[in-house]
Ligand binder design. Structure first.
Ligand code: GLU
Length: 281
């Protein structure tokens, strides 16, 4: 059975781009008579707002998307900790006390998520008692894993190239697990067989594939879909005040029509959803 998911972070209201993402995931599961899950990714303690999760549920219902609610990330911290412990026991994590500013000023290259960590703390050795982040020793992890592949439904077989991310942080005190660790563990725990998400997260999948291998997790397929963009070509974003679905819902707009428009907008262009997805990089 195909299981897909929509995994929003409650740090701002959902907008049309999220609606599109949820529709793609929902319809992908429905096509196979599968199941569509909602997972609230609320481990960013500073920015997460509890009340938004209920708004998200109401938004999905308004769009007429049937879903099953699974455990939010804030209730899964122990699982993340135990996976981090496993990686530590494998000698693949090391503590890092660098601030973001220190990383930025010492970095000599930039990766998909920003400045690549220059390995300062890898050479420094243990720093007991300090508030630290734990980084993956990428070189060792990649050596241990050997060549890995993964499959995107639209783009075919991919060779995993996680090294482009450098020594990613997997665990830290303030926002316990990183997105990479938490999402990878959750997709496995939730039985997700087809990870649907925006093409903007395509490269993150390289890291997730590596983590799956290291942690002995099942390997799903991925479906990276197009992201809606504004007229200037930039991705719709909460921080740029894309209109909230909740506002449209409260204003009495018909959510089914909004969903139908999103589906039809793709249809109207005369190219199929899969064509559009294929065009994305
Ligand atoms: N929580 C992420 C977001 O809101 C989505 C992560 C994912 O789909 O893997 O952007």
């Amino acid at each position: 059975m195909t299981v897909t998911r929509f995994a929003p972070s409650p740090n701002g209201p959902l907008h049309l781009g999220h609606a599109f993402s949820a529709i793609v995931a929902h319809d992908r599961a429905a096509r196979d008579g599968g199941e569509f899950l909602l997972r609230i990714e609320d481990i960013d303690g500073v920015r997460s707002r509890d009340e938004l999760a209920d708004e998200f549920r109401a938004d999905l219902a308004w769009l007429d998307l049937e879903y099953r609610d699974v455990t939010p990330q804030s209730q899964r911290i122990e699982r993340y900790r135990s996976a981090a412990d496993d990686l530590l026991a494998m000698g693949l994590l090391y503590p890092c006390t660098c601030t973001r500013a220190e990383v930025a000023s010492a970095a000599v290259a930039v990766g998909p998520d920003g400045p690549l960590y220059p390995g300062t703390c890898l050479r420094r050795g243990p720093t007991p008692g300090l508030d630290v982040a734990w980084r993956l020793d990428m070189e060792q992890a990649v050596d241990l894993a050997g060549p890995l592949e993964w499959t995107d439904e639209r783009r075919g077989a991919q060779r995993a190239t996680p090294a482009m991310f450098g020594d990613v942080v997997l665990w830290r005190k303030d926002a316990p697990a990183s997105y990479h660790l938490a999402a990878t563990l959750d997709d496995a725990a939730d039985g997700v067989t087809c990870v649907t998400r925006g093409i903007d997260l395509f490269r993150a999948t390289h890291v997730h594939r590596l983590l799956q291998h290291l942690l002995g997790l099942p390997v799903p397929v991925w479906h990276h879909h197009a992201v809606l963009v504004e007229a200037d070509g930039r991705k719709l974003a909460k921080r740029r005040d894309a209109p909230a679905l909740a506002d449209r819902r409260r204003a009495g707009e018909d959510g089914r029509s909004v969903a139908a428009e999103l589906r039809a907008a793709l249809f109207d262009t005369g190219i199929s959803l899969s064509d559009i997805i294929n065009q994305q990089t």
